[in-house]
Design a protein around this ligand. Structure first.
Ligand code: SF4
Length: 328
């Protein structure tokens, strides 16, 4: 057992000061961190308990958007009346993830920071994993890679990001408000998670010692015209093989605005900008939907066992848009 120290943060500044020490991890719900600690993958020197900080509130912003505190549990966020009413896409994504027990513990901030479930990363008996041990290689590249990425991967890592919530946040153009030694800043969700490149051990653009304060959502024109479609190996408690968060703003059957984000296909939630651009100003016809779906996976590079994801992702995009638009 790897020994570590524990400190309970008195306030946000105290938490950030404590995090200046090398090897520090913030702990909220701990649902992923504890698993990784028990398997020896995470080896914190100091755990800073942030659970008593005032970061669990969900409040309306002056512009009509919503601020979800980083310590709001996944259950609280999914069930909040304003989230259910204005961002049902987020509620659906949250409820599709994990189990009730885990959602009761897991926080919104922690959800963003959960790490890949690549088998070769989570099982320390595999020695070749650039994400766990930089420079050691990637066992998944020539191994069993059915769950791995088809978009944006690199020769160093083909892992996917596991969060459902982050996929919905990507479609909703959320920003992540953080505070660190240099002060406070906001990071667009599309810039928060990284593609692996040559440094797959770095999952996010958070700087050293930065603490997530909240997830901020802009006012949404999409309302209930949204759908989160998650395709997985079993009906519950499984990570997405492919997921799609789709939201539509329709006027007289024509797409005025649209958002499409995919999960289970890349090292970060994958925003389908080109597919969105094609759909704007178009009717939701079968032909247009097929064209948009093809654009959503443009440049896909499947590996030995996950070629099925290319077709699955296209069908999921079509289906999610149909369901969002009430056409299914
Ligand atoms: Fe490690 Fe990434 Fe390769 Fe999985 S895909 S073994 S996480 S380097």
């Amino acid at each position: 057992m790897h020994p570590f120290s524990y400190e309970r943060a008195r306030d946000i500044d105290h938490a950030i000061r404590l995090a200046a020490a090398p090897g520090t991890r913030f702990i909220g719900g701990g649902t992923n961190l504890l698993d990784l600690y028990k398997s020896g993958i995470e080896r914190p020197v100091l755990l800073v308990d942030v659970n008593h900080l005032p970061l669990a509130d969900i409040v309306e912003l002056p512009d009509g958007g919503l601020r979800i505190g980083a310590l709001a549990t996944n259950t609280a966020a999914a069930g909040h009346p304003l989230v259910r009413q204005r961002y049902p896409l987020l509620t659906a994504a949250l409820l599709s993830g994990a189990s009730t027990q885990l959602r009761n513990m897991a926080t919104v901030g922690g959800n963003l920071l959960q790490r890949t479930r690549c088998y070769y990363f989570t099982d320390p008996t595999f020695t070749h994993c650039n994400k766990r041990t930089p420079g050691s290689g990637c066992a998944a590249m020539d191994g069993y890679n059915r769950i791995h990425a088809i978009l944006g991967a690199s020769d160093a890592c083909i892992a996917v990001h596991p969060s459902d919530m982050a996929v919905a946040l990507c479609a909703l153009d959320a920003t992540i408000r953080v505070q660190g030694p240099q002060g406070e800043r906001s990071i667009g969700i599309s810039d928060f998670h990284r593609l692996p490149g040559d440094t797959p051990h770095i999952d996010t653009t958070l700087a050293e010692g930065e603490l997530i304060l909240s997830v901020d959502l802009p006012p949404s024109p999409f309302g209930t015209r949204a759908h989160y479609l998650k395709l997985r190996d079993r009906a519950s408690f499984a990570f997405a093989l492919v997921s799609v968060a789709a939201a539509l703003d329709l006027q007289d059957g024509t797409v005025r605005d649209v958002r499409i984000a995919l999960g289970g296909v890349a090292h970060k939630p994958w925003r389908a900008d080109d597919a969105e651009a094609l759909l704007r100003g178009q009717p939701l016809s079968a032909q247009v939907l097929q064209q948009a779906a093809a654009l959503a996976v443009a440049g896909a590079r499947p590996y030995r066992h996950n070629g099925f994801k290319v077709a699955l992702a296209q069908r999921a995009v079509v289906r999610a848009l149909q369901l969002a638009g009430g056409k299914a």
